[in-house]
Design a binder for this molecule. Structure first.
Ligand SMILES: [Mg+2]
Length: 251
């Protein structure tokens, strides 16, 4: 694995689509959520102005931008409002993609999740902070692991339940993944593997990173890639990566 500043103009000559994960890449990890009775309080994170400018610049150069996240559409639209005219949003771990107001649904999880959802809602544990509002997957934010949730999920052979250190992400094994969303998006945009660059930082990014010509990891303790970015101080991984792409494209 090479450090990102070793990436050259030659490496990215065929790249047309830059796929960015959000948490741990474009914003710091961590979701502030609180649920009391029927009231959910959820913080919307902001993308820094510098990253908005970088994305605008990349789009002017030749690149399509795709955000591929486990977050819900309403949240991503709010975060990327300023750049929506040229940014597609693949949300809830590959469940669907929003492109200029049109939604392409990649996965229908209703039958798979409808029975387990009420079981999970019945679990009471001091570690549980709340269920993040989602349409196609289940995301339960917790202060630490909850064995009752894991016991329920063990019996669900068709479902995955990924603990990422701050939440359980629950969806359909092999079907409801960021990679499936990316593969469908590539068909919609008529792009091939050689046209794709992906940056991600977590276990749920590994498979989609394997579908790209160039994979960049923002946390090499969790996923590997062709290049890596270190989490150094305050500079976000997406910032360092976009800086490098802009630099080598301008030569
Ligand atoms: Mg992430």
């Amino acid at each position: 694995m090479k450090y990102i500043t070793e990436m050259t103009r030659e490496d990215i000559k065929n790249i047309r689509l830059i796929v960015l994960d959000v948490d741990g890449v474009l914003v710091q990890r961590g979701t502030k959520i609180k649920q009391e009775g029927n009231t959910t309080t959820l913080e919307t994170k902001r993308i820094a102005e510098k990253q908005i400018e970088q994305i605008k610049k990349l789009n002017k150069m030749r690149f399509h931008i795709n955000i591929n996240s486990g977050r819900g559409l309403y949240m991503l639209q709010e975060m990327f409002r300023e750049i929506l005219p040229f940014t597609s949003l693949t949300y809830e771990n590959g469940s669907a993609t929003w492109i200029k107001g049109k939604i392409y649904q990649h996965v229908n999880s209703f039958d798979y999740l409808k029975d387990v959802f009420p079981k999970l809602q019945k679990v009471k544990h001091e570690n549980i902070k709340g269920f993040e509002p989602k349409e196609f997957i289940i995301t339960i934010h917790c202060r630490g692991r909850v064995s009752e949730i894991e016991e329920i999920m063990k019996k669900e052979e068709k479902l995955y339940s990924i603990w990422n250190g701050e939440a359980y992400d629950i969806g359909i094994k092999k079907i409801q993944t960021k990679a499936i969303g990316l593969i469908d998006l590539m068909k919609i945009l008529h792009l091939k593997k050689e046209n794709i660059l992906v940056i991600g930082d977590n276990y749920n990014d590994a498979e989609m990173m394997s579908k790209a010509k160039i994979a960049i990891t923002a946390d090499k303790t969790r996923v590997s890639g062709d290049f890596y970015v270190e989490l150094e101080g305050n500079q976000l991984p997406a910032d360092v990566m976009m800086e490098q792409i802009i630099k080598i494209s301008e030569i």
